[in-house]
Design a protein around this ligand. Structure first.
Ligand SMILES: Cc1ncc(COP(=O)(O)O)c(C=O)c1O
Length: 443
């Protein structure tokens, strides 16, 4: 960014900060919630996403002009893999078309087959489960630890069966799941762990990057993610043979010299390759990833210090050994009994009216009708004994997750890239809503 642009951005953000402070003070003094016609706490937007500058523009133009748009011809995908490997400390990194394909390719590399079972959390994006279904394996859901929003590791062992061929925990929201407990269960039963770290770039467990603990760790670079190339993904693994199998599978069975003129196959697969354009963008985006992560952490910790003082707002707890949270999401539980019974949907609406965008997060994935449709399909009926399919719903019942899905509230990572006064407006808006919860509940 040139100096004049920097000064403009600094000035604009100073004005934004001032506007927020003035608005917050005004709103607090008049008191009336914006949903009931009072002044909004803020009307300027939170930081937009993605953040780009000349680096991305130059990288794209350079790739456009050099004419090497396919990883077999260019060098950006390999450069990105090397850079991401170094950033995470993994021995091998394979770039993929997206996070879903990273999971799917890993499962194929590890040898998960139709008829196997894979342990997954119900509190995740559908892709975690879709990767399992694409392999005609059976997702077995383990309930959520509502304090941390992560898979409840102590409940995991009871979910295993002789069919279990992988455990696929998710580092949800960018916080780490209970890796020590999960790895201990996996080791005891000799079951590979595939970490779904699609939301957890730079997150750490005991000082080491998540995604490097399991047999494979999978990342997404989809547009909303903290590292973004529109679409994109990566697999980390310390297992050189697994890396080769994943490479082959993601390259339509072709070996490690992916060139259009090469028709020598070392296996089967499909095309899950990243393009040179995406890799060029990722290399540019990576120059800011540390700085952005530090801003998110500082803001999230400050926001937590404010929100935990509000009765009925319970920020997601981190496990003690989660030494770094990526804060892809800022998550908390909203307990309506502390807000005069104000329903969560109305709380979200009231927040939005105050200028604070938020979401209620996931619905219970284990109850999605698409799962019953899959289980009733011919392949599943052929692959699994009737008893297994009949008992599946009862076996994957997740009461704590059901409750969490009714109470959760999320803010996006981009909001955490704002200023400390932006965080103040969030807390201020919630306090205002709480003060007027009775009136709001009657609207
Ligand atoms: C937990 C989780 N797993 C998997 C994925 C899939 O990633 P992608 O959208 O890049 O395919 C995502 C991203 O949306 C995700 O949040």
């Amino acid at each position: 960014m040139d100096t004049s642009r920097r000064m403009f951005v600094a000035a604009a953000s100073a004005v934004g900060i001032l506007t927020n402070v003035v608005k917050a003070a005004a709103a607090a003094s008049t008191g009336k919630p914006a949903l009931l016609g009072g002044p909004k706490i803020r009307d300027n937007a939170f930081p937009s996403w993605p953040i780009t500058d000349r680096l991305e523009e130059d990288a794209l133009m350079e790739t456009l002009r050099n004419g090497n748009w396919f990883r077999g011809d260019g060098k950006h995908v390999s450069e990105f893999e090397q850079a991401y490997r170094q950033l995470t400390g993994a021995r091998n990194c394979l770039a993929t078309a997206n996070g879903t394909s990273a999971l799917y390719v890993s499962m194929n590399g590890i040898g998960i087959e139709p008829g196997d079972e894979v342990v997954v959390p119900p509190y995740t994006f559908s892709a975690t489960v879709n990767a399992v279904l694409r392999q005609y394996a059976l997702p077995i859901f383990v309930d959520t630890d509502a304090d941390t929003f992560q898979i409840d590791a102590p409940k995991m062992e009871a979910a295993l069966s002789p069919r279990t061929k992988a455990i696929m925990p998710v580092h949800l929201g960018g916080s780490a799941c209970d890796l020590d407990a999960i790895l201990a269960i996996a080791q005891k039963h000799n079951i590979p762990v595939i970490e779904d770290a699609c939301q957890a770039h730079l997150a750490e467990w005991r000082g080491r990057k998540v995604g490097t603990y399991g047999k494979a760790g999978c990342f997404s670079f989809q547009a909303s993610k903290n590292l973004n190339s529109g679409e994109g993904g990566a697999i980390l693994t310390d297992d050189a043979d697994l890396y080769e199998r994943c490479f082959t599978f993601h390259n339509n069975g072709g070996g490690r010299k992916p060139h259009s003129s090469s028709f020598a196959y070392s296996g089967t697969g499909a095309n899950f390759r990243l393009t040179e354009f995406q890799a060029a963008i990722l290399l540019a985006q990576m120059t800011r990833i540390e700085e952005q992560a530090k801003t998110r952490t500082a803001n999230a910790l400050y926001l937590t210090s404010q929100l935990k003082e509000i009765p009925g707002i319970v920020p997601a707890r981190m496990y003690d050994d989660c030494t770094r949270n990526a804060y892809h999401l800022y998550m908390f539980r909203y307990q309506k009994e502390h807000f005069s019974g104000l329903r969560r949907d109305l709380f979200l609406k009231a927040l939005s009216a105050e200028g604070i965008p938020s979401s209620g997060g996931y619905a219970p994935l284990n109850k999605e009708p698409f799962l019953q449709t899959a289980l009733q399909s011919k392949p599943y009926q052929r692959l699994f004994p009737k008893k297994v399919l009949d008992e599946w719903a009862e076996r994957t019942h997740c009461p704590s997750n059901d409750q969490l899905c009714q109470e959760a509230v999320w803010f996006t990572q981009t909001m955490l890239l704002g200023s400390r006064s932006d965080m103040d407006t969030i807390a201020e808006a919630i306090r205002k809503i709480q003060k007027h919860a009775g009136e709001l509940a009657n609207t």
